[in-house]
Write a protein that binds this ligand. Structure first.
Ligand code: ZN
Ligand code: ZN
Length: 446
């Protein structure tokens, strides 16, 4: 009798344990050792943009193991010599919404100086054939580990969501053309247009365990502009017989500063940076032309149009004032292939996810952070008119002691892309898995 009642109790206990939904935190904790091993493997074997051959194969294998239908070698670049290494993993679970979850996977031509035991020692040839070191200096390796952890967690939580998850491992984020290559290859025509798009990025000044997010614009439109300033060259001793493009370039560069300071509404952030200027060969020769390269950052589409038009107008206007004949007017070229649109976090969706994260992580672990004038091609997934609600959130990656020290001493912490930057892996991956899994569950819950 006693044995019988004990066994009934055991059955009840087992049923009640089974009915309890497994916590996302618990799943993340259990997966961490394996995700950490994946992270270290990828960290020590980084690959440059559009060369993510081994990284993408590893991700494909992991997504398959998590139960996704996987398509590899996805993506078509405008440059036909580049191979698409995109990986799309589809996890179906009945009818319901489609949610896109994105990780990036490329590394940078940086020589690692973190001193970590799993630091990269890899060198490779870049697309120009030059030997370069390679490092995951932007933390995309941590994104990959958290992305795989999210796929594993959601596979285990299938009783709690319905619909289709589109896991997208995107190549070439650093060169700004990877998302476009996937869309060009038919991401949305082949796999369906998602109802929501979610992405994450580690943040080099956010403490581990925290999620940071910005409502509205979070990254800028990025335009790359070339200007060829043409003059009429000659001997350095006889400037009166020339039209000097070097002096003219100096005038143009100074006048460009008035776009931000005098022409633009100060409430609309913009940046116009001349990052490169080349002209001339020798002390005593006035050259025929000077070449300049600019990066132009804006948020709103109409502001972007006005700033680009102002650059063209100022360059040509300065040339006219300098007496350069019309046939030698400056040539401004917008590198359309390199354009990266602004990332806009849908305000309603952001508010919804902030509420979810505050509930699961605690109010103190969710921060509203400032937008930046950096660029991120995650924006492509919400399409040009932001018609697909999207959120790209930040995951904390830095030891809180280091942040406190940096505030005290004024010594800046290594930024993303620094040879000394590396996230603290365990808590960064953990918060990535929890933050992304919670977000997907909220949008797909039964
Ligand atoms: Zn980066
Ligand atoms: Zn990055």
């Amino acid at each position: 009798m006693k044995i019988c009642s004990l066994s009934i109790f055991a059955v009840f206990f087992a049923i009640s344990v089974l009915a309890e939904p497994p916590s996302v935190e618990k799943i993340a904790e259990n997966e961490l050792p394996s995700l950490l091993a994946i992270y270290k493997d990828i960290h020590s074997h980084p690959e440059l943009s559009a060369h993510e051959e081994h990284t993408s194969a590893l991700i494909a294998k992991q997504l398959r193991a998590a139960g996704c239908a996987v398509t590899e070698h996805f993506g078509i670049y405008n440059k036909p010599e580049l191979k698409g290494y995109g990986v799309i993993g589809i996890m179906k679970n009945g009818d319901g919404p489609t949610v896109l979850v994105r990780t990036d996977m490329d590394a940078l031509p940086v020589e690692e100086e973190t001193g970590l035991p799993y630091a990269s020692k890899i060198t490779t040839k870049n697309d120009e054939g030059k030997d370069v070191p390679v490092m995951h200096a932007c933390g995309h390796d941590a994104h990959i580990a958290a992305f795989i952890g999210t796929a594993r967690a959601l596979a285990k939580l299938k009783d709690h969501w319905h619909g289709t998850i589109m896991f997208v491992a995107q190549p070439a984020e650093e060169t700004g053309n990877g998302a476009r290559a996937l869309l060009k290859a038919g991401l949305y025509t082949q796999f369906g247009k998602p109802d929501f798009a979610l992405g994450f990025h580690d943040k080099a000044d956010l403490v581990t365990g925290h999620i940071g997010v910005t409502e509205g614009y979070t990254y800028a439109n990025v335009d790359s502009v070339d200007i060829t300033v043409r003059g009429m060259g000659g001997h350095g001793a006889y400037p009166h017989k020339t039209k000097d493009p070097i002096v003219l370039s100096a005038e143009i560069i100074n006048a460009l500063q008035t776009i931000a300071s005098r022409e633009n509404n100060p409430l609309d952030p913009i940046v116009v940076t001349v990052g490169s200027i080349h002209g001339g060969t020798k002390h005593n020769i006035i050259p025929d032309e000077v070449k300049m390269q600019l990066t132009v950052r804006t948020y709103k589409a109409d502001v972007r149009e006005r700033v680009l038009a102002a650059i063209d107008r100022i360059a040509k206007g300065c040339a006219t004032v300098a007496g350069v004949p019309p046939e030698r007017t400056p040539i401004m070229t917008l590198r359309k292939d390199e354009f990266c649109p602004a990332t806009y976090n849908n305000p309603e969706l952001t508010k919804r996810l902030v509420a979810v994260w505050k509930k699961s992580l605690g109010n103190e672990n969710v921060e509203i952070v400032d937008p930046t004038m950096g660029g991120e091609d995650f924006s492509e997934y919400s399409l040009p008119d932001h018609s697909i609600p999207a959120v790209d959130f930040h995951i904390g990656a830095v030891d809180p002691v280091k942040i406190a020290d940096s505030k005290k001493t004024g010594t800046p912490l290594p930024s993303l892309h620094s040879s000394k930057f590396a996230p603290v892996p365990e808590p960064t991956i953990r918060i990535g898995v929890i933050g992304m899994t919670d977000a997907v569950l909220e949008l797909m819950k039964k």
